[in-house]
Design a protein around this ligand. Structure first.
Ligand code: CA
Length: 217
């Protein structure tokens, strides 16, 4: 899952990026409203975490611009403005959620997960396919109760395939959702990671459709 963190307070921006990256998310960051829109127009994000008080272009303006043509991208507003009017304005303009500063990282992360679940119609935080359970809250994978150690990237790939189970996910889509925009990708990086996941998991859980992509049943 790929996130865009829009926050001008650099220490907070860094902490959020680090926290989400540690959990296996691909993360891009922007420090002002203009940079946020540049990022938005040049990439794809599953969730945008958007601060309201931003230099160059205010968060509300960024939100309006994105919502002009895109009702889909999930946006969580982050703001020190805790007044009810700001919250109402943000939600009326199409933000999916609102979190007042200061907040706990765990709460923000839980809200991001809740939004992603809503979008992919996954009810539970745990998704089980053929005895393999991906726990999207713990960011861990279990096989019959025993944890399977995966790298962050491997986890990201497997989680995306599990959330989209039953559907073929193209290589391009996987690369877009699991790697951040600054990633230096060598051409068969995805194949190498998939091979490694397959080695760690019992059975043949990740299937390949030649020339199209990967899927789990
Ligand atoms: Ca700010």
């Amino acid at each position: 899952m790929k996130l865009l963190i829009v926050e001008d307070e650099l220490s907070l921006q860094k902490a959020l990026c680090k926290g989400f990256a540690k959990l296996g998310y691909a993360v891009d960051a922007a420090a002002d409203g203009e940079e946020a829109l540049e990022r938005y127009y040049s990439s794809f994000y599953d969730v945008i975490v958007l601060d309201l008080n931003l230099p160059k272009l205010d968060g509300i303006e960024v939100l309006k611009e994105i919502r002009k043509e895109d009702p889909e991208t999930r946006i969580i507003i982050l703001s020190a403005r805790s007044e009810v009017e700001d919250k109402v304005l943000g939600l009326d303009l199409g933000a999916n959620d609102y979190l007042a500063k200061p907040f706990h990282f765990r709460e923000l992360e839980a809200r991001v997960r809740a939004l992603l679940r809503r979008d992919f119609s996954v009810i539970s935080a745990k998704i089980t396919v053929s005895g393999i359970t991906v726990d999207t809250a713990l960011k861990k994978v279990f096989c019959r109760g025993k944890e399977i150690p995966l790298t962050r990237k491997e986890y990201g790939i497997l989680e995306y395939l599990f959330i989209n189970r039953g559907r073929v996910v193209s290589n391009e889509t996987l690369l877009e959702h699991v790697w951040d925009s600054n990633a230096d990708l060598f051409s068969n990086a995805l194949r190498v990671h998939i091979a490694s996941i397959r080695k760690k998991l019992p059975g043949d859980i990740i299937k390949n459709v030649r020339g199209q992509g990967y899927y789990v049943e």
